[in-house]
Design a protein around this ligand. Structure first.
Ligand SMILES: C[S@@+](CC[C@H](N)C(=O)[O-])C[C@H]1O[C@@H](n2cnc3c(N)ncnc32)[C@H](O)[C@@H]1O
Length: 224
């Protein structure tokens, strides 16, 4: 099947919209320095012009395969699937692209999940928590102004593992992440690993704290 890499000439002119073919995605993700980060449960990626997810979807698929190789039990695998999902972030300007991005991330997670987990339940907590993580991590907005279409700051969540089975979600504005002096501001390449969230307490002004919960309970969005 032929891959569609442009939607219209006007969109190419206006927003530089050209989607990356799978072959190129594979070639880039096979580069040793990127492969090393993909084969990690915790290394984070931010795609600031995510389109429909050409890169993020393939990174998710590969990270989930890696999670399978690192997990001994079904429970550990389900937790690790959510952990690797939580490391992937995207920003995309166009609403129709974000909708496709979110759908593609959800479908990829579901596909790998259902082919990997015995007796998986269609409506289970893992899938609901995956949806929560995807909608938090895939932002519609302008990566340059760091704002959404309505002028609100773009917000991202840090998903910090607590002990073996829990996670603490903390929200930060994208502005505070960039201005916080972390390596994000100096990143030359969009697929470089980003330590998005530093331990700098000065970022606390924009923070909302969620209660630490088990990974499978992330969908409950319990706040302090
Ligand atoms: C060249 S395409 C690449 C899309 C995707 N990364 C891929 O490889 O298929 C660039 C994407 O960036 C989006 N875009 C353009 N300006 C943007 C901005 N200021 N902030 C966020 N996204 C932007 C476009 O809508 C388009 O989807």
């Amino acid at each position: 099947m032929t891959e569609k890499i442009i939607k219209s000439v006007d969109r190419v002119k206006d927003i530089g919209e050209v989607f990356t073919p799978q072959k190129t995605v594979d070639f880039m993700l096979d580069q040793p320095e990127i492969k090393e980060k993909v084969n990690s449960l915790t290394a984070t990626f931010l795609e600031p012009s995510a389109g429909e997810g050409a890169f993020l979807v393939e990174i998710l698929r590969r990270k989930m395969e890696y999670a399978k190789s690192q997990s001994k039990t079904n429970d550990e695998l389900q937790k690790n699937f959510l952990l690797v999902l939580s490391t992937l972030y995207g920003i995309e300007l166009m609403q129709d692209n974000v909708e496709m991005l979110v759908m593609n991330m959800n479908n990829t997670f579901r596909d790998v999940y259902f082919t990997s987990i015995d007796h998986a339940d269609q409506n289970n907590k893992i899938l609901k928590s995956a949806q929560t993580i995807i909608s938090a991590n895939m932002a519609q907005g302008d990566a340059l102004t760091r704002k959404t279409a309505t002028g609100e700051p773009i917000i991202f969540s840090e998903w910090k593992p607590i002990g073996k089975n829990k996670v603490q979600r903390t929200e930060y504005t994208f502005d505070s992440i960039v201005e916080g002096g972390g390596p994000l501001g100096s990143v030359q390449h969009q697929y470089e690993q980003l330590d998005l969230f530093t331990d700098d307490e000065s970022e606390e002004q924009d923070v909302q704290h969620y209660l630490p919960v088990k990974w499978e309970d992330v969908y409950k969005r319990l706040v302090e």
